[in-house]
Write a protein that binds this ligand. Structure first.
Ligand code: PNW
Length: 447
């Protein structure tokens, strides 16, 4: 893959280039490791929930292959790696006793990264809630879970806050609430908008309580949250499309940004929700709105909103990825500019961006994924453009380092820079990995 075909964008000297994963998607279980079950173990065991019928008991077997996976990161030249702690690995019941075997794994991971010159960035909750909390109090439907989450956050800050560069409380609360409790597509698989909106509030409350608990420990780590944004765009400038896009924005972007930065849920979304709006106790909004050291943004695509029947299809000049998501790099620039204009956020980090692709393996074993190279190049260029417009964005993490368990899609969708053969657990760098490696090396030379 040549740099003449996909020229390297120019980014500031200290701009951080990384890759991301999450615990449930790559780790797998090890016999006797003391890990408690998560809601995703239970969800996988429910027939019909995972499209290919798979589960997460082995995944990428990262739990046994961590040192070699860190070597792959080193080969790429990554400045940083974003991973998540599996809460039930650290605290099997989500409250009470800590699992020292599980904590020791993350201790080794962090030290291995540091020895390799790779900055560790951690997320506390990337969806694998301890099943015990689901059984005991209904998971995020209960405020109890927000309090348990803060205890867990404090313990991580106490143990690892001297070595982690950033700690994010939650990954994508929108996905947890809406896909998990309203659409039934993700664990725990409920289908109630009312439940989902209450969950969204408890997630934000849990974030706020965790921030306070971690600040009290005084970790060296920068503290923040990761939100996924799918900017809504009206297909036609009709009142109907514009209204629908506005509501979609209110329930996705502003639903989380407004409480964090303005201390209130957006009025239009509250009105739209009617009886489904969450119950809020006095003091909650102040807990949620507190200073962040950084804001993590995950952006993959946009939400093309058409209310006409039949719908106006998205124009998609760059096509769609293997998830059916429209590829629109310029949305990343536009959205970063909009967040800066509307919220004056702290420094931002692109904590995820990437694409699923039906990768082609050549006869000689090489993995051709030219669409992914184009995606990477296009989105890094979009970041460079946002920087030129005055946006404060400090880093970019490609999703994902490895092909992995893509939630309800199982192992059928591949986002990795490395291809994983799930029979042998062999990892092969794809053309995109070679391009990213050359890009990073080139970027480092310019430092
Ligand atoms: C993110 N949507 O999930 C997650 O953080 C990752 O764990 C996941 O593997 C990756 O993106 C790719 O899917 C999302 O429907 C899932 O808008 C769904 C949506 C967005 C993000």
């Amino acid at each position: 893959m040549t740099s003449s075909q996909f020229p390297f964008p120019t980014l500031p000297r200290d701009f951080v280039l990384g890759a991301a994963t999450s615990a449930a998607q790559i780790e797998g279980h090890a016999p006797g490791d003391g890990k408690g079950p998560s809601i995703w173990d239970a969800f996988c065991a429910t027939p019909g929930k995972i499209k290919d019928g798979s589960d997460i008991s082995v995944a990428c077997d990262h739990i046994h292959r961590m040192p070699q996976d860190v070597e792959r990161m080193q080969w790429l030249g990554l400045d940083a790696y974003r991973f998540s702690f599996a809460w039930p690995r650290v605290q099997p019941l989500g409250q009470g006793a800590w699992n020292e075997t599980g904590l020791a794994f993350y201790d080794r991971l962090i030290d291995t990264l540091l020895a390799a010159g790779i900055a560790p960035h951690a997320t506390l909750h990337h969806w694998d809630l301890p099943q015990a909390l689901q059984d005991l109090v209904g998971g995020w439907q209960s405020r109890e879970t927000s309090r348990y989450f803060a205890d867990y956050a404090a313990e991580i800050a106490r143990r690892f806050g001297d070595r982690l560069v950033t700690i994010s409380t939650l990954n994508e609360p929108w996905c947890v609430a809406t896909l998990g409790y309203e659409m039934g597509q993700f664990a725990p698989g409920l289908k109630s908008r009312k439940a989902a909106m209450q969950v969204s509030h408890h997630l934000l409350l849990g974030h706020g309580l965790a921030m306070s608990a971690m600040r009290a420990i005084g970790p060296r780590s920068q503290l923040g949250i990761v939100l996924n944004h799918t900017p809504a765009v009206a297909a036609e400038k009709t009142p109907s499309d514009l209204h629908a896009a506005r509501i979609a924005d209110g329930l996705d972007v502003r639903w989380y940004m407004d409480p964090l930065f303005r201390g209130a849920y957006p009025a239009d979304a509250i009105e739209h929700l009617g009886d489904d709006a969450p119950r809020i106790e006095s003091g909650d909004m102040a807990v949620i709105r507190q200073p962040l050291d950084f804001l993590g943004i995950n952006l993959y695509t946009r939400n093309w909103v058409s209310t006409r029947e039949p719908k106006i299809p998205a124009p998609a000049p760059h096509g769609f990825n293997d998830m059916g998501w429209e590829i629109v790099p310029e949305v990343l620039t536009q959205h970063l500019v909009r967040l800066t204009r509307d919220y004056m956020p702290p420094p931002m980090i692109i904590t995820e961006n990437g694409m699923a692709n039906a990768d082609v393996v050549d006869a000689d074993g090489a993995v051709e994924d030219t669409p992914r190279v184009a995606y990477l190049q296009g989105h890094l260029d979009a970041v460079a453009k946002a920087l030129a417009m005055g946006v404060d964005v400090r880093g970019y993490f490609y999703w994902s380092l490895l092909d992995n368990f893509e939630w309800d899609s199982g192992y059928a969708k591949r986002f990795g820079l490395f291809r994983v053969d799930y029979d042998t657990q062999a990892r092969t760098p794809k053309a995109s990995a070679h391009w990213y490696r050359e890009f990073i090396a080139n970027h480092k030379r310019s430092r």
